[in-house]
Design a protein around this ligand. Sequence first.
Ligand code: MN
Length: 494
Amino acid sequence: MSYVIHGKTGDWEVVIGLEIHAQIISKSKLFSGAATDFGSEPNSQVSIVDAAMPGMLPVINEYCIEQAVRTGLGLKARINLHSVFERKNYFYADLPQGYQISQYQHPVVGGGKVILDLPDGTTREIGIERLHMEQDAGKSLHDQDPRRSFIDLNRSGVALMEIVSKPDMRGPEDAGLYLKKLRSILRYLGTCDGNMEQGSLRADVNVSVRKPGEKLRTRTETKNVNSVRFVMQAIEHEAQRQVDAYESGGTVVQETRLYDAGKGETRPMRAKEFAHDYRYFPDPDLLPLELTDAYVEGIRKSLPELPDDKKLRFIGDFGLIPYNASVLVSEKDIADYYEKFVAEVLVRTKLPKERIGTECANVVINDLLGHLNKAGLDIAKSPVTPQMLANLQALKHDNTISGRIAKDVFEIMVETGKDPADIVAEKGLKQITDTGAIEAAVDKAIAANPTQAAQYKAGNEKVAGWFVGQVMKATQGKANPGLVNELLKKKLKD
Ligand code: MN
């Protein structure tokens, strides 16, 4: 997959790196015991530490460290046993301390990787530069009063992981896949809920453009983009803007920009600070963080099966193609549903699992996820349980209903939540496998359409398909298609 901008002066390559701020799942903040619940009354979850009262002292939350290490391990990254909290100094109304406690030269997690699952079934590796812990700032509220702004410090001090990628992405698609995959890994690990609307996952998007083979040119950073779609759009617009600037004889300056989703453009926010502007120095209130190998190994042992491993297992166990496997493992709930579904179908049909793996994957991906997406539902809220869906598959496999009718029954299942056997009985959808009844319908169709029957005899075999349609229509789709085919061919030759 390559993304190229065709300019007046030739082709341009786009270079993208993402810095993700991911809120750590933790009941209390990084350096205080205040709660972190989303949507609480403003300033109801603020300790003296979060409000930066004189003399306050931060105390590290051990659970947050564990979460950051767990995330590093999930990203196949190096865990640094020695790391340091530093003060990043800047002034902003929602930052009462006048500095953010962050990590700079010695982050807790070093280089790692995220594997992208491309639609064509291949994979591509994106490097992780580092992951560090830091506290979030408060929030300015500008829409409460016409003349005044208010500050809500509930978010002040909430634990964040800043996850910095290498500039390994080459187009909006790459960035979208990266963000989705990273979110999936965080959710499997239980270290961040990945909720972009609530701001628990925010993306800073670094973009530059260059002619193929050139060294990196100046990049801009578009801050706090809060959906996958907006990240992709922001990249498209920003890359095009830079190409236009270069091609009209201008330059690109290193700066921080904002993405305006309404206007579909990025615009300057402020000149980019350089690291030295922040006057980083080790926080004298906090000792360096010293971890042990035993501590890290203990966390490693508690890691769940992650999407990449699960994908390989699904390919091996169920004979799936890589793309289907990657869709099924993208969320743990979907993967669990699929496995339960397959297990239930196995019990009912006694078929080998490689036989039904792909069939079940198609039902989940095309029918179930298709419906849930349209209805805006999570799989956890599915009106159809794996057991019910397995009942439907069993009805298909024992020829009670045809594949065609199964689709209709599925539609009724998702609407009503009823069991498929009840739906089939109520609506009289049972497949006709009685040869006599089908024979009668076939005879009737041939007698009613002598012209087409003559065409078939004259060698036009395609007409047979048309006759199948006629018979299926006459039996409201309930005739066994295999039997219809067989009888038609026999009778048309007579
Ligand atoms: Mn940051």
